[in-house]
Design a protein around this ligand. Structure first.
Ligand SMILES: [Zn+2]
Length: 154
């Protein structure tokens, strides 16, 4: 991962079942399973600075995902340096996955028309299957990679 811009997904596993407050959205019930949040970083610092911030999971809570991050373990990160903003497409692929559900309408989707940029699965979804679905939806999509949070220095 570099300082270039790009799109990413955080795979988050709750450390406990609980109810959390998600800023202005209100209360969300966090259950066992894996939550997948999609975002993009097209500003200064690019993808690496943004993901580094999520890995650390500290500081002020600006985005909906910051509230969820505080209640979960970041297991893995999927990302692309594709220079097109792919986050809404990724979110759509994830929402259309046969075993996903949208745990909270509007989560992470304040700036677009998506129903949510967060989905939940009962267990860890397959990276290869996700990549195949995105590439089928966007034939011109550049490579999608997976990285462990352990590769970031905190
Ligand atoms: Zn969207």
């Amino acid at each position: 991962m570099t300082d270039s811009s790009g799109t990413y997904a955080l795979l988050l596993r709750p450390d406990d079942e609980q109810r959390i407050e998600v800023g202005a959205l209100g209360e969300m019930s966090v259950r066992a399973g894996v939550y997948v949040y999609v975002g993009s970083a097209f500003g200064p610092g690019g993808l690496r600075a943004r993901v580094q911030r999520h890995v650390e999971g500290e500081g002020a809570r600006h985005w909906h995902v910051d509230y969820l991050r505080a209640a979960t373990i970041l297991e893995t990160v999927w990302y692309t340096h594709d220079d097109t903003r792919r986050e809404c497409r990724w979110a759509s692929v994830l929402r259309n996955h046969p075993t996903s559900r949208v745990p909270m309408a509007g989560f992470g989707a304040s700036d677009c028309d998506c129903s949510a940029h967060l989905v939940a699965f009962g267990g860890m979804p397959s990276f290869l299957e996700f990549r195949r679905r995105v590439q089928a939806a966007c034939p011109d999509h550049t490579v999608i990679e997976q990285v462990s949070p352990a590769n970031f220095v905190t």
